[in-house]
Write a protein that binds this ligand. Structure first.
Ligand SMILES: Nc1ncnc2c1ncn2[C@@H]1O[C@H](COP(=O)(O)OP(=O)(O)OP(=O)(O)O)[C@@H](O)[C@H]1O
Ligand SMILES: [Mg+2]
Length: 248
């Protein structure tokens, strides 16, 4: 069985089927992108995987275990962390303290949590923000903090929901490096939702595409960028013309 396995996962909100019979798997060590138009059901799927929402039907397996009916905190304990697309900074915590909250999931020692949090901030090259209050930071930086906090829990599987939204090209380059770094050096399996195509096409080994709650394609970035159904639903003819020859 794969590291993460979804079997015919369906999530309905009343009459709206946000995820419809979605099946795919992620192998340990993979970096998988999840793309699709607004409202396609990407965040909902992360909410189902991470136990934030109960699924309507289907099963989810993580590391050989059926986690379908676990609550969010139980899923987190199993080694799965996620960031939130809409992040609301809580209270008056500094960036460093925020990341320490993540670290406290596996240590009770304040000194150790402090060391680890500093290390993560350095890794993500945001150590200059350590003493800043999270809620006073621009949204883009807050996203980096959520990623740092998730990494602090030392997950084996990290789900990132649009961490590059609102970033400028330089910042995108930096967060791309951060994602590669956590994937390679911290040996985390990563799944990321992203509308910034340069990022998702460049870092992903494989991409899953959703449209209106259904999986419409799955494959390597180069194949996905040429897939007629994906072009029609999401990428558009213009995008493909502008990027012809990339990701080969
Ligand atoms: N808690 C909820 N209650 C009711 N409907 C919801 C809820 N969460 C999501 N939806 C609906 O489910 C569908 C999928 O939404 P979702 O947020 O998963 O899309 P998405 O692919 O993440 O979109 P985006 O790219 O804009 O973030 C949408 O029609 C949305 O309105
Ligand atoms: Mg979303």
């Amino acid at each position: 069985m794969a590291f993460l396995e979804l079997k015919r996962v369906t999530k309905s909100f009343g009459g709206l089927v946000a995820n419809h019979n979605i099946s795919f798997s992620v192998e340990k060590g993979e970096l998988v992108g999840l793309i699709g138009p607004n409202g396609a059901g990407k965040t909902t799927l992360f909410n189902c995987i991470s136990g934030v929402y109960p699924v309507t039907s289907g099963r989810i397996f993580f590391d050989g275990e059926d986690i379908t009916d676990l609550k969010a905190h139980e899923v987190a304990r199993k080694g799965l962390a996620r960031t939130f697309q809409v992040y609301v900074a809580s209270g008056d915590l500094t960036v460093l303290e925020n990341v320490m909250v993540g670290c406290f999931m596996h240590t009770r020692s304040r000194a150790r949590a402090l060391d680890q949090a500093r290390e993560i901030l350095k890794d993500l090259r945001i150590d200059d923000l350590a003493e800043a209050l999270v809620h006073e930071l621009p949204v883009a930086s807050q996203k980096q903090v959520t990623m740092a906090t998730a990494i602090g829990t030392r997950p084996e599987l990290l789900l990132l929901d649009e961490v590059a939204a609102g970033l400028n090209p330089n910042e995108i380059e930096e967060i791309m490096e951060s994602i590669r770094h956590v994937h390679e050096n911290l040996s985390m399996t990563v799944m990321l939702i992203e509308h910034v195509m340069d990022l998702v096409m460049n870092v992903s080994h494989r991409i899953v595409v959703l449209d209106y709650g259904k999986k419409i394609a799955e494959g390597r970035p180069d194949a996905i960028s040429k897939d007629p159904a994906v072009i029609k639903a999401y990428l558009g003819e213009r995008y493909v013309r502008d990027h012809a020859g990339e990701w080969e």
